[in-house]
Write a protein that binds this ligand. Structure first.
Ligand code: PEP
Ligand code: MN
Length: 353
């Protein structure tokens, strides 16, 4: 089973589905059987211990749910995945033959907890998935991966579930796609799984988020599913029943990581050559621009004039954005680009002595 799980976790278009929380044996059984029937689910997820933001809510059924899960696995043949937040959780989950453990977003933020889990995993040969931390801190995420890797765990994966923000936002947890993209660059061999349920927070946005992740070459999805989401004890707005899960998965335009078609490869090569040469030109122009900024810095210094010239910066930004609009370039992108240039220009001018 262990080797099979290690291969499974790396599968392209892996689907993990199951209830946010195990609520009782019947709910688990019914949900698991309905998911099994879809023939689209590879792993059954289920929360046993639930980290709730505020007290007084359902906090999971605890250890007894693990034996229900073990039974369900025997009946459906679906491998199981459970969230662990402490050494005790790891010990219990393994005692009940849980196939995959995942470290939740609230645990990933805490190096003490991650280390404790890492120690408990030593010598186990377990498959572990690591969710991003709740806050958009790439280093906490990479740190958690390194701690688990150092414990000798080789079968690892990542889950992108979005990041908390303040106030009313479109999504429950902002996706901030550049963080998982950077994680993929840093850990190219680890599968990246998207959890559109916790990013979107509502059923209606699942497809949009899931599609985006597939276009970003994620290797799978983790989707919360309950036989009747309306009565779910946790995350009822974002869970889907098996029928809606099928609809969702069938609405996604699945993509290949690559294509061997000759036409595609030739055209791609030509376009990439153009991009590479433009990138070189842009780089040379940036270097020229920074050189001029340095000269400007020198004359400001000689004449006792401040480096920051807010009016000039404001004009420059406005004019560039209006020119960018005519070229069909996105405002936000051009603003970020100009800001990056401006900050670097100030940095360079500050170095002049
Ligand atoms: C969950 O998967 O049910 C969960 C609690 O997720 P997260 O750690 O992403 O909040
Ligand atoms: Mn949940």
């Amino acid at each position: 089973m262990k080797t099979a799980i290690k291969t499974l976790i790396k599968k392209q278009n892996l689907i993990i589905a199951g209830p946010c929380s195990v609520e009782n044996n019947e709910q688990l059984l019914r949900t698991a059987f309905e998911l099994k029937e879809t023939k689209k689910v590879d792993i059954l997820r289920a929360g046993i211990w639930k980290p709730r933001t505020n007290p007084g809510h359902f906090e999971g059924v605890g250890k007894k749910g693990l034996s229900w899960l073990m039974d369900v696995k025997k009946q459906t043949n679906l491998p199981t995945a459970v969230e662990v937040a402490s050494a005790k959780h790891v010990e219990d989950a393994l005692a009940f033959e849980t196939d995959v453990l995942w470290i939740g977003a609230r645990t990933c933020v805490n190096p003490f907890s991650v280390q404790e889990i890492a120690e408990a995993l030593k010598g186990t040969d377990q498959t572990v998935l690591i969710k991003n931390p709740v806050n958009p801190d790439l280093k906490l995420w990479t740190g958690a991966v390194e701690r688990i890797q150092k414990a000798g765990i080789e079968s690892l994966g990542l889950i992108h579930r979005g990041f908390t923000t303040y106030g009313e936002t479109e999504y429950r947890n902002a996706p901030i796609w550049q963080i998982p993209i950077e994680m993929k660059r840093l850990f190219p061999d680890l599968p990246m799984i998207c959890d559109p349920s916790h990013i979107s927070g509502k059923r209606d946005n699942l497809l949009k988020i899931a599609q985006k992740s597939i276009d970003l070459a994620y290797s799978g999805l983790m989707i919360e599913s309950h036989y009747n989401p309306l009565i779910a004890l946790t995350d009822k707005e974002q869970q889907v029943n098996a029928i809606d899960l099928i609809k969702l998965l069938e609405s996604i335009q699945w993509k290949n990581i690559s294509s061997e078609k000759n036409d595609y490869l030739t055209e791609l090569e030509q376009l990439r050559t153009q991009i590479d040469s433009i990138d070189q030109e842009v780089l040379q122009l940036l270097a020229n621009r920074m050189h001029i900024a340095q000269n400007i810095g020198s004359i400001k210094k000689t004449n006792d004039v401040t480096i920051l010239q807010s009016n000039r910066w404001n004009e420059l930004l406005k004019n560039t954005i209006s020119r960018a609009n005519k070229l069909n370039l996105n405002d936000e992108f051009v603003k970020n680009y100009m800001e990056a240039i401006h900050i670097e220009s100030i940095r360079i001018q500050n170095l002049i002595d």
